[in-house]
Design a protein around this ligand. Sequence first.
Ligand code: NAD
Ligand code: DAU
Length: 352
Amino acid sequence: MAFQQTILVTGGAGFIGSHLVRLLVNEYPEYHIVNLDKLTYAGNLENLKDIEDNPNYTFIKGDITDEEHIQQLFAEYRFDGVIHLAAESHVDRSIANPMSFIETNIVGTVVLLNAARHHWEDYTGKRFYHISTDEVYGSLGETGYFTEETPYDPRSPYSASKASSDHLVRAYYHTYGLPVVISNCSNNYGPYQFPEKLIPLVINNIRHNKPLPVYGDGLYTRDWLWVEDHASAIALIYHKGRIGQTYNIGGNNEWKNIGLVQQLCDIMDQLLGRKAGTSRGLITFVRDRPGHDRRYAIDASKIKRELGWEPTIQAAEGLRRTAEWYLENTEWLERVTSGAYQQYYQEQYGEA
Ligand code: NAD
Ligand code: DAU
């Protein structure tokens, strides 16, 4: 079958990537979606079981820092577009081991940029879409929002590596005319998120009656977005975003960490049929994350104004759906938390 276009999605076996790949494969049967993923601890083909046999889907195991392999894939598949999500994504891991963040997030992005530049003889109809984070903007006080014009001020190895990759993507636009677009999104949540991140970690620990580690005073603020809303924003920007532009994506849904954890405790108590207040008793304030950004909040008015995108799922519904998904998928949770996760947990929290 001749496809209308072939899109390379990197990191499609991860949390956000798997939601995006599913959306593209199901909603665009005329596209060939090629998912390239290294399958690190965070990548999991179980996340894509339901679409793995679709005729417009191909999975390739590979590393974006492997220049030869990437060049060969561009030659073989003649990609029309790239949606680049592959990354090391967890801030705490970047504090413990920055180098893999530099390699994948910076070097890997440049390998992809070079491949696109060299293989795309004519840029007409081509698009290199880089997925990034609001963490590049640094930390806000009690008020204000990140806009697309906010100066970069990354403060963790993770956010510095993402900021660096954003700058390189823009540099390829200005220097070589590569048709790029970038989006910077706030904290995602929903099914298939690896339980190193706050929400699934808390849900999993409540299941096991384990302490719920809240960093510092718990008064850090994040803006949470339902992951499928992010995936739909990405599909929209891929098709309609203006070349050379940046779009901020946010949930308009700010929570202080302690309030979010308490809310999750209450939802879980209801779902597990436990006495109200039981899970809140597990909350434990622990040593703060070094360089912890106080508050993130997104002004998403540009994507709303230009492309008509808005989040569809509100927190009350999204958090409940998320908790229900993890309770219905305990085998998935058990599998991803066996093995290497135990060692990570021990090193990060001092207990298995
Ligand atoms: P994730 O850690 O769940 O998934 C990352 C995926 O990339 C995994 O499947 C992993 O196997 C793959 N990968 C890692 N290194 C690779 C390499 N060298 N080559 C090929 N594949 C590799 O991450 P996520 O939360 O789904 O985030 C996806 C992207 O979105 C990242 O670029 C991240 O910076 C960005 N982002 C995430 C959030 C969030 O809240 N999770 C918010 C904004 C932006
Ligand atoms: O803002 C977008 C970013 O959101 C993405 O770019 C990152 O890839 C993603 O990991 C996420 O980063 P955060 O550091 O905000 O997410 P995390 O779930 O690790 O932490 C959320 C908040 O909860 C943060 O303030 C730290 C705090 N926290 C986290 C963990 C894991 C705790 O208090 N205890 C914990 O055990």
